[in-house]
Design a protein around this ligand. Sequence first.
Ligand SMILES: O=P(O)(O)OC[C@H]1O[C@@H](O)[C@H](O)[C@@H]1O
Length: 277
Amino acid sequence: MTITVTNNQNDNIDISVISFSGGERHVQLGNIDSLAATSLNVTARINSATGIMDLLLVVNALRHRFGTEVAIDVTIPYLPYARQDRVCAAGQAFSLEVFAAVLATMPVRSITTWDCHSTVGIELTGAINVMPEKIIASSPALVEVLTADNSVLICPDEGAKARCEAIKTELNISDSVQCYKKRDPSTGKVLCTEVNIDSLAGKTAIITDDICDGGYTFIKIAEQLKAKGADKVILYVTHGIFSKGLDVFDGLIDEIYTTDSFEREATDPRINQIKFA
Ligand SMILES: O=P(O)(O)OC[C@H]1O[C@@H](O)[C@H](O)[C@@H]1O
């Protein structure tokens, strides 16, 4: 988790966070005596429940220091719980509903997120959603790849259809392939993915989606893209969790583009990072 705060003159406000021995989090703002602000920007990269608490504490500390007149705008690049956007089975929580209620307690002017998993996250949180086509358009290298003559956009599943259509329109892409996930109706488990094209010989296939978690979705598609003769397979995901590492893509995905919505310890040569923050 990282939280950064800048004022309207782009000065950074130092933040230190510690845990007390009972498990409570504690936030201390630094260098505040010399800093004035008419507005404040908070960027919170959150990947844990602790990170959520830290954000709440930082906003509270800013309110106590700067008062209620100062507008606070919060960006949460990857919206936690956006994928838990419904009750999937009896006895489960509606996690996104809970998280949205927590966010609503923050006295802030706006919340912005990037390429939210579904519209439910936007509706429940009231966040401004930066659309994926805008993020892609900010990377000249990725635009060049997507708009090359031999490129074909691969839409990984029906859930990604609207996102892919918007990318096609924004970049004026005509060549695309729609894929379909086939699930076991009794368990919901993905059995295979149907890639509806006979040959991709000589093509660069670019899969675009919002999130890569373990990568199973993209591995299954890339296997078929390679089998259909694609010269190169490229993956663009706004949020790269990569929970199984990158070696799972060896021999299948040649290059990856993703944003800085997640912090990465080391830069892997396979990743082209789009600095969007
Ligand atoms: O297959 P992995 O990478 O685990 O999960 C990523 C998929 O799960 C969905 O939420 C995403 O939209 C994407 O289609």
